[in-house]
Design a protein around this ligand. Structure first.
Ligand code: ADP
Ligand code: MG
Length: 605
């Protein structure tokens, strides 16, 4: 007996529809994209019952002629491509002419449309894609699609819809994507007769703030780069607002939302070591690229897109975001309205500013006197063995030479003369740096971690790490697993200025260490560094180097609780300000907080 049958038009249409229209949100997406393609500057959405009973989209785009309005519902009817070649130069959204027939096949649909030059509009009605009725109507230039009772004729699919809030969430997601991609287009949304969104034509920044809240505004840092291959612009969030949850992450290519796991990693990489692990920045990044550089998206519902030069774009993107973060990142300010600021005991809630501990400050020490007092602690922890004027100037260059001045005693907050006001140390832990309109509190240990980390990395990358040979090499034993990791890491250790020999069977001999690292407990420091790298077996060479450099920086940085002289503080602050990212430790912790004059005045009431 023969078993093969040709499917009826209706069944075939419903199956095909399933590819495009899987839930109310897919209808919203297709209709919004069509409106944008039609050149609309204003789009209104009306939804009832979370999209189950009504999805209506009205636009002021170019509209359709009567013939087009009828044709639009035929499969493969599109005004957007004619030749295969067009597929490779496509700039509009849909391009298969499949959305409208698919939506029509699974709903009761009405279309009202009029072109600018037509006297009357045309109205098309159908049910399940059948029984098309066409009649003239009165309507504005533009197009309205009314999609009622979605999946009325496919109960099985209706049943598969998730809860109301899930479906509505998907709808909102689609609206967000289209609205972000087209900030110049005004959007309105009402649900159950209540207005939910009203977005005027606005800038991208304005659109982001309208969608995600005013708080976003302060955190948006602009990204902008143009190369012959790709143009990238948009915004990323600052370090402060990176979150474990609730971050907004959007990529668009040529005005269309896309997902891109690989590019996502590029953005995360740019924030590496600047934010806490697991925290995520928000980003709104737009790529513009010649259409022939991206793989045409044959599946309309798919949001993954393949680029020809992914590696190159990855690098451009990562560098652009990193530059932005480094350039715009500002110091966090002390916010008295925020209850939980654990890092600032001196100003935490419960302490009035009058409880501020006495500023302890030592103006007497001068490192430029060759026969000064005993070796200072900051020097001891940041410099190679010999210490004299030459060393200071060689190591710190101009930053030091133009500051050879006798420090002035006393604190002069907002002093009128141009010479930098002296600093004070609080609780042997924070450095107070007065400015004209604000003062800064710097965590001395964290600041030094940042300084050393950048120094170690720069030296390692330029192969200019000064190494200090040890008169008496030190030997210690590694566990078999640590020994395994060590064999992989050894070249990185060398880059950082270590001279280590593998003596076999896990024995390591330390012959030399990076200049400035002398006097450490080498065994523990090196074991610790190996251990930290072992935690991430997938890390590439560069991240291993960073992990090692950070570990070294942490163990060499001046600790909290160490008393610093005035000049040591100055040097630390100068060095910190010369860092590429002075606001955060490589581990993402805040280094400084700022208290502005305004806040002080407010505080005193
Ligand atoms: P595609 O968008 O892939 O061309 P669709 O099925 O989404 O396919 O739409 C078919 C055609 O109907 C479009 O090419 C366009 O000419 C026309 N059309 C659809 N929506 C609108 C609209 N809102 N305004 C004007 N024309 C539209
Ligand atoms: Mg379309």
């Amino acid at each position: 007996m023969d078993k093969i049958q040709i499917l009826s038009e209706t069944v075939a249409g419903q199956i095909a529809a399933g590819e495009v229209v899987s839930r109310p949100a897919s209808v919203v997406k297709e209709l919004l994209e069509n409106s944008i393609d039609a050149g609309a500057t204003r789009v209104q959405l009306v939804i009832t019952d979370f999209g189950r009973t009504l999805i209506q989209v009205t636009d002021n785009g170019q509209g359709m002629s009567e013939a087009d309005a009828k044709l639009a519902f035929q499969r493969h009817a599109t005004s957007k491509i004619r030749e295969t070649d067009d597929l490779y130069s496509l700039t509009t959204f849909g391009f298969r002419g499949e959305a409208l027939p698919s939506i029509a096949a699974v709903s009761e649909l009405s279309l009202l449309t009029r072109t600018a030059d037509a006297e009357t509009g045309v109205r098309v009605d159908m049910s399940g894609g059948q029984d098309m009725q066409v009649e003239p109507c009165v309507c504005d230039t533009g197009t309205t699609f009314q999609v009622r009772n979605l999946f009325f004729n496919i109960p099985a699919r209706r049943k598969f819809l998730k809860g109301n809030h899930t479906e509505y969430g998907h709808i909102m997601t689609e609206i967000e994507r289209v609205a972000l991609a087209h900030p110049d287009v005004a959007f309105e949304l009402s649900h159950q007769g209540q207005q939910q969104l009203s977005l005027p034509s606005q800038t991208l920044r304005g659109r982001i703030v309208s969608l995600f809240g005013k708080k976003m505004n302060q955190s948006l840092l602009p990204v902008e780069v143009e190369t012959s291959l790709v143009r990238i612009n948009g915004f990323v969030s600052n370090l402060e607002s990176a979150r474990q949850r609730g971050s907004q992450q959007f990529f668009f290519v040529n005005g269309r939302f896309m997902r891109h796991a690989y590019f996502h990693k590029a953005v995360l990489q740019a924030y590496e070591e600047l934010i806490h692990e697991g925290d995520q920045p928000s980003y709104f990044i737009f790529l513009e690229i010649a259409p022939d550089q991206i793989d045409v998206n044959i599946h309309p519902a798919k949001t993954e897109i393949k680029f020809q030069d992914e590696n190159v774009i990855w690098k451009i993107l990562m560098a652009a975001v990193r530059e932005t973060v480094g350039k715009y990142e500002e110091l966090p300010t002390i916010d008295f309205n925020v209850a939980d600021r654990p890092d600032i005991p001196a100003f935490g809630t419960g302490h009035g500013i009058e409880d501020m501990p006495k500023v302890d400050y030592n103006p007497d020490y001068n490192p430029f006197k060759t026969s000064g007092p005993a070796v200072s602690s900051y020097q001891a922890y940041s410099q190679p063995a010999k210490r004299n004027t030459d060393d200071w100037t060689r190591l710190y260059g101009e930053a030091v030479t133009h500051e050879v001045k006798e420090p002035q005693p006393g604190l002069e907050i907002g002093g009128l003369d141009q010479s930098p006001a002296p600093m004070g140390q609080i609780m042997d832990r924070y450095i107070l740096v007065p400015g004209n309109q604000e003062f800064r509190l710097i965590d001395q240990h964290r600041a030094h971690v940042r300084i050393l980390f950048e120094r170690f990395m720069t030296q390692a990358q330029s192969h200019a790490t000064p190494s200090q040979g040890l008169l008496f090499p030190e030997m210690f034993q590694l566990s078999p697993s640590a020994s395994q990791t060590f064999s992989v890491l050894r070249p990185r250790f060398e880059k950082l200025g270590f001279d280590l020999s593998d003596m076999g069977h896990g024995a390591v001999s330390v012959q030399g260490v990076p200049a400035g690292f002398e006097g450490h407990d080498y065994e523990n420091a090196i074991k610790g560094m190996i251990e930290e790298c072992a935690e991430d077996a997938t890390a590439d060479e560069d991240s291993q180097l960073r992990t090692l450099a950070l570990s070294m920086a942490r163990s060499s940085a001046i600790p909290s609780g160490r008393h610093l002289s005035g000049d040591e503080m100055k040097q630390l602050v100068t060095d910190l300000d010369a860092c590429s990212i002075p606001a955060r430790t490589p581990g993402g912790q805040a280094i400084s907080v700022v208290l502005t004059l305004d806040e002080l005045v407010k505080r005193f009431g």
